[in-house]
Design a protein around this ligand. Structure first.
Ligand code: C2O
Ligand code: CU
Ligand code: CU
Length: 484
């Protein structure tokens, strides 16, 4: 039996101080000319809920992992040791790295083995993350805790008036929903519905903290929002509807901050926001349900079913400013240096169609680790030995992602960041004008984006593209490409 909805007991009582993942700047590397990061993946235990202990996975700890701080222009080595009793991988989501260093399903690490990713940090400042990408097991391994944040810093970024003192006024928020069973353990896939909709929980964790509170010490705080959920989309806002400045989306700073009152993040999307607490008032960061008329809301029968569950706001983080707040700088008028890629620079257009069946195919076992699920890209499911696209290195391409299903799929591509060109023919809004690596594709939507496939020619090792609802990815909604 499930716990009586933990959701409703999350309130301003019994608050826990928000945990801040350790900032890992790397050890002096002997084997590499840059920083060396040592990550140990292991099982553990954590007491999230009062009086209950949960079996977890973690990286250098019992749940989630340290925040990796990488500096643009340096070479890094990340050494991963697997101390689990199952195979795993770690993927650097959003990083522009060689395919062999990407940490996808082909770079799996057997128990008691190590694997090392060596790469140059080529990108400008941004918020990224890392997580398990084990074929067919990504959802379960991430659910148990195999994820962490990555921050790339460059020379310009500390000079833009965006708070950047990690853990002080620059706060990572890994936002996840979880479902616990009565004994306190995570309750992962229970039925067919969990596969179809993705696993959604009624208990929020932020950086692995249940019912968290943070006390701003400065007038302005930057929050690095990461949707680290398996399947749930968050509509993040403050419960007094205060405005904030959105300064980045996924892989880069925006050219100018956008003033908003809410930001919608699907699984794996990031946004950095700067919020102002000078009024000293306590406030809550919450997530509201998607309105029924949102382009990302569920359609048809499923939509009605979801609707009948009633609108629920989720408490994410209580904010209780201290009585004396340190002054903060103004966010600069110009932030990123993004040059828009023009459509006529594209060498070709590729079309990908996302679809799903509503059939009961849960019982069907994967054949030798190959796909066989309910989710398709161009009518195919993920097969480890099939390269779905071959892309000439150095080319620029437009990808058109069409969603023919009844629900939104967050489409993610490895290798590089892209720029959104249009949604159903309409230009993207200001908050989507940066470099992105994941884009929400609503039911009946066609999203077009443009991307440069620069560097790292390798016809052997593929990159992935997939839906970032992890149960969909695990059930086949993934494909492979090589850049050669
Ligand atoms: Cu966040 Cu293919 O991954
Ligand atoms: Cu990725
Ligand atoms: Cu999906």
């Amino acid at each position: 039996t499930a716990l009586p909805s933990a959701l409703f007991s999350q309130s301003r009582s019994n608050l826990n101080e928000l945990l801040i993942p350790e900032l890992y700047v790397g050890d002096e590397g002997e084997e590499s000319d840059g920083a060396m990061y040592r990550l140990r993946v292991a099982a553990g235990q954590r007491s999230f809920l009062p009086q209950l202990t949960t079996s977890t996975y973690g990286i250098n700890g019992d749940y989630l992992g340290p925040t990796l701080l990488l500096k643009q222009g340096t070479n890094v080595a990340i050494n991963v040791t697997n101390e689990l009793d199952e195979t795993t991988t770690l993927h650097w989501h959003g990083l522009h790295v060689p395919a062999a260093a990407d940490g996808g399903p082909h770079q799996s690490i057997e128990p008691n083995q190590s694997w090392q990713a060596d790469f140059e940090v080529k990108q400008a400042a941004g918020t990224f993350w890392y997580h398990s990408h084990m074929l067919g097991k990504t959802g379960e391994q991430v659910y148990r805790g195999l994820a962490g944040m990555i921050i790339i810093e460059d020379e310009r970024s500390p000079q833009l008036g965006i708070p950047h003192r990690y853990g002080f006024d620059d706060i990572p928020l890994v936002i996840q929903d979880r479902r616990f069973n009565a004994s306190g353990n995570f309750s992962y896939i229970r039925n067919h519905m969990d596969v179809m909709m993705g696993v959604q929980g009624d208990t929020m964790l932020v950086n692995g903290t249940y019912n968290p509170v943070f006390s701003p010490k400065t007038k302005k705080v930057r929050f690095r929002l990461l949707n680290g959920a398996n399947a749930r989309t968050f509509v993040l806002k403050f419960d007094d509807n205060r405005e904030f400045e959105l300064v980045s989306c996924d892989g880069s700073l925006l050219n100018t901050a956008v003033k908003q009152r809410e930001v919608i993040l699907s699984p794996s999307e990031r946004a950095d926001i700067v919020a102002d607490f000078s009024d000293g008032n306590p406030v809550n960061l919450i997530s509201e349900p998607l309105p029924a008329d949102s382009p990302f809301a569920m359609r048809g029968m499923m939509g009605n079913m979801m609707g009948r569950r009633g609108p629920q706001s989720l408490q994410i983080l209580a904010l209780e400013p201290e009585s004396l707040l340190e002054n903060s700088e103004q966010v600069s008028a110009s932030l990123g240096e993004i040059v828009r890629i023009q459509e006529d620079e594209a060498d070709r257009v590729r079309q990908l169609r996302l679809s799903m069946t509503m059939g009961m195919r849960m019982g069907r076992r994967r054949r030798g680790g190959m796909g066989g699920g309910n989710f398709f890209i161009n009518d195919e499911t993920m097969q480890m030995d099939v390269i779905n696209q071959r892309i000439p290195v150095g080319s620029t391409e437009i990808w058109e992602i069409e969603n023919t299903s009844m629900m939104m799929h967050p489409f993610h591509i490895h290798h590089n960041q892209f720029q959104i060109l249009s949604r159903n023919g309409r230009a993207p809004e200001a908050h989507e004008m940066g470099f992105k690596d994941t884009v929400k594709v609503g039911p009946d939507e066609v999203v077009r984006f443009i991307m440069r496939f620069e560097n790292f020619s390798d016809s052997e090792n593929p990159y992935m593209y997939h839906c970032h609802i992890l149960e969909h990815e695990d059930d086949g909604m993934m494909g492979q490409f090589v850049v050669e």
